[in-house]
Structures are given as C-alpha cells and as structure tokens.
Design a protein around this ligand. Sequence first.
Ligand code: C2E
Ligand code: CA
Ligand code: CA
Length: 566
Amino acid sequence: MELKIKELPSVEKALNFDLEEYATMLWSTKYGLWKWDILNSKIYFSDRCFEMLGYSENNIYPYISHLIYKDDIKDFSDSLCYHIKNKIDIFHFEVRLVKIDGSYIWSYIEGKILYDKCGKALKMLGSISNITHRKKWKDNLYKIAFYDTLTKLPNLNKLKSDLEKLCRSSNSFSVITLNIDNFRTINNTLGHDIGDKYLEKISMLLQTFCSNNCSVYRHSGDEFVFILKNKDASQVVESFANLVQKTLSNNTFYIKGNELNITTTIGISIFPDHTSVPSELLRFSSSAMYYAKNFAKSTYIIYNDTISLIALKKSKLENNLRVALNNNEFEVYYQPQVNIKNGKLIGMEALLRWIKPDGSTIMPSDFIPIAEDTGLIISLGEFVLKEACSQTKLWHTKYSIPLKISVNISEKQLENKNFVYIVSDILKETKLDPKYLELEITESSAIKDFNNIVALLNKLKDINVKIALDDFGTGYSSLSYLKELPLNTIKIDKSFIDNIECDQKKKAIIKSVIILSHDIDLNIICEGVETEDQLKFLKSINCDEVQGFYFGKPLYAEEFECRFLK
Ligand code: C2E
Ligand code: CA
Ligand code: CA
C-alpha cells in the first residue's frame, strides 16, 4: 500500500501514537530507516541503521556514496542519475554497504525520491534491510547449479549459458573439447578415489591456461571444454591446442604412490565459421574430438565437412541398427575350428552378420563399434548368445558330436552386472551343457577393469563356462597377468599367422607363447590360418587348434551344417 504524506496525520490520529511510541515502533522493525536531504547534503539514519553497520551518529560518513562498497558505486550512481533524470520516484537497489570494521553487508535499499514542482530532487527517504544471508544462500544455489563440485570448474549449464551469450555477439571464438585418453582404465584399475584426484589435478593445470579471453569448463566425466575468445580464432586455436596437449603430456601426477601421465585428444569448432548455434558448436567440437580419437588419438582436429558427414552417417547407422534389431535382420554365421592333430571339427566361432532386406551383408567391423557406443551391443550380444547356444544344442542332438561354441563378448557386456545371470539363463533355456560354451574376451576389455573381470570370470568358471582370450598378441600380451585370469584358451591373432612362413621372429614368438601357455595348462588356438604351410608350421610347434579360411569361411547355419556336419 502506498502511503501519501498528507495522510500521515490521519494515520497518527487513528493509531494515536505519540513521539515515544513512534520511536519504539522504529526500534522494533528490522529495517533501518534513512533520509537524505539532497539540497543540504545531509543524511539521517535510524538507530537500526547504526546497529547494522556498526557506526554511531558521530562517526558515520556524511555521504551515502561513502558507505557503498567500491565495486557497487558506479552501478548505484548510474541508476540514481537515471531515476532523477527521468523523474522516477520509487527506487530499490541491492548494494553492499561498508561496515565500520571494513567488512560489508549486502543490503536492500528501497524508498522514494521527492521532487519539487519544477522536478528538482529534494530528498530521498527509505529503508535498508540486511540481505546478506539471502544473498549467500542464492550464491550457493548458483554455485550448485553452475559449478562442478569435484573440480570447482564451471559446469555444462554454465558452458551452455556462456555460449548463448557469446553467440549473440559478432566476435569470433573457438570451442575446444578436450578428452583424457584412457581415463576409464585409471578409474577402473586404480579406483574412483584416485580417478577423482587425477581429475582435480588436471583441472588445476587446465585453469593455468585461463585468462580474460579463455575459460575452461568441466563438460562431463573426463571431458573438458575451453572457450577461447580471439579475433582470429582459427589462427590462434591450433597453437593453443598444441600448447595445452604438450603441457599436459609433459606433466607427471603423483597420486597415492601412483605415477600417472596424461595424453589428451582435442576437437575444435569455431564461431561463426562453422556455425552460430551454441548447441551445434558443442556438438561439432565433440564430433571432431571423437573423430580424432578413432583415427589419431592424442592429437587435435578442427571440425570439417568430412567429420560432419561421418557423424551423420554414424547417427543414421545407429538408427538403422535399432530398426534392424526389431526386424530380426541379424544372423549368426559359424566358422569351423579344427583339432590340428587329427583335422577333426571340434567346434565353431559364432560371428554376427547384418543381412539387409535387399540381401546385402554388413560385416561386424562396420556396426559392432557403433553398437558398443550406443549400448545396443547388450541386446545384440544376448541375441548371438541365445542363437549360438540353441543351434549348438540342436547339432548336438542331431549329430551326437560334442561341438563347442565360441561366442565373442564385448567389453560393454562384461560391464553389465547381470551378465552371469544372462549367460546361465540362456544355458538353461537352450539346455546346452555349459562346458560346451566358450566366451571370447579381448585383452583390452580384460585389463580395463581387471579385478572385477577376474571376479566375473571366476563366477563363469563356477558354472562351468569356458573363457578364451581373443586377439592375443595385439594388446598388452603380458603373460604375468594371464596367470590371474581364469582362462582356458589363448587365441593367437591372425596378424601373427600372416606370413609366418618367412618370418623367423614371429615363429619364435608363437613357439614360446605355446610353450608357456601349455606350462600353465592353457589350450592354444591360432586364427586366420589360410595356407597349408602355415598349418604345417603350427603343427610342428604343437599348436592345439586352428581356425581360418583354409578350413572354411564363416557360413550361415544351414550351409555350415551341409558342409561340415552331414
Ligand atoms: P574376431 O573375434 O577376431 O573374429 C575373427 C575374424 O577373423 C572374423 O571376422 C573372421 O571372419 C575372420 N577370419 C577368420 N579366419 C580368417 C582367415 O583365415 N582370413 C581372414 N582374412 N579372416 C579370417 P568377422 O566375422 O568380420 O568379425 C570381425 C570381428 O567382429 C570379430 O573379430 C569380433 O571382434 C567382432 N564380432 C563378430 N561377431 C561378433 C559378436 O557376435 N559379438 C561381438 N561382440 N563381436 C563380434
Ligand atoms: Ca573372436
Ligand atoms: Ca580374434
């Protein structure tokens, strides 16, 4: 309710206040009251104001501007001038007021300016309330909403809001997405505490690149984004990316007795060269980063049309994959595995094919990585497992040959907490004896989360399922950790078999791997055998089993049955 001056006497009358009662009223309110006589440059404060700021009538500054915190003076006086110039009477400000001890409180000042008939400002009157508490609470909420709790860096919300603002201006800038290579391995092998410390240390280092023109944000997990403002963004961004990568890779972090190095992959998009839409700038720099990861890890790549085409192709493929899964367009093919000593069929590897409605076949290398990225591999993997087990059971019943079936398992499937239950349910459902099922895992997926994988493989061993280490020789190939994995078979990669006839070094390596593996009771299978010479050599060094085009390419079930079982 607005109180007009001329109404005051009637209010006084109605409430029947005397002067002392007025004073008591003033004292009882939490607001400080003040009056500024502009003409006579005099300012009056109520006791509550003195109390709030710690001054007394004798030591309070004669000008209100002296009480205002230095950083707020300009805004305050600009706003005041604006009010007076435009003859606006009601005002309210949020400013910091300096207390006698030099600290400040946040205050809400509201009131009215009184003008004479000619529009000259005569005085200002109003109240002050202490809103420090509310401000702090608001600041905290702001921090929670816009800052990452672990690294204290601004988060994705802040990044998006800053990008929106920057895209409204015409100045060019770059968006630099930085991803830490192999962070997951650190998290999984050394634990999340060390992973968190590592991220904190990296964030601190990234902040050293920040200035008025450059800020860094934590986008998510192990992904950070720089915004680099510069007139010639496209020219300076490359040397900036280079410098960041070099500085990081020259650093070693020491965390709880671990010595950790870092390499990063960077993707860059530039405003307005690539787009003026904030969300697209982020998407483009992230696509460029993923492109860099796939083709040349630990480098930087600036977004270009090829990347946009690849990203588009990928998202189309992802969509098509979902449709294909619903339409049962996937088929399991079988490749024979043979006992090297007697040449007899001992089993087969299940290999997935995508058969399009037009009859064309898409090979796994073209869709498995996307199925892994999108998580579709979980459903696909389950489909292969069920199909392969039920087909094997059918052949067991029909031909009474104890064939084993090898099924490829991706890293994502191993991460699934229910994996063991899924496998045992499928075995029960298809009635296949678990000892005929061999799951093929790769070295890289075993090493990523070593302790958990060992535990998981032991559970599979408990239900009698066998485990093979696929693609041996392409990864870490450390026999020392092999001892800890409950493996049954080592599958030597095709790259070791290629040209083995004329490569003495390869011959020596395979020979010693076979000896060592036999020492620890592991079965050896060599894949990619294409020639008789390769077979002869493998036989001569006591390899157990072989698989390759020499015996047969992967075939669909009916064809496999016709060629190898009938
Ligand atoms: P992989 O597990 O190493 O499978 C062996 C690959 O080598 C197969 O390719 C097979 O056709 C090929 N191969 C076998 N013998 C020879 C040979 O003598 N010469 C040549 N040149 N190639 C040979 P494919 O079927 O294209 O599969 C490629 C990869 O896709 C597999 O490599 C595996 O990593 C993945 N994959 C296939 N099916 C599945 C699946 O059901 N689940 C998962 N997670 N991955 C799968
Ligand atoms: Ca395999
Ligand atoms: Ca393989």
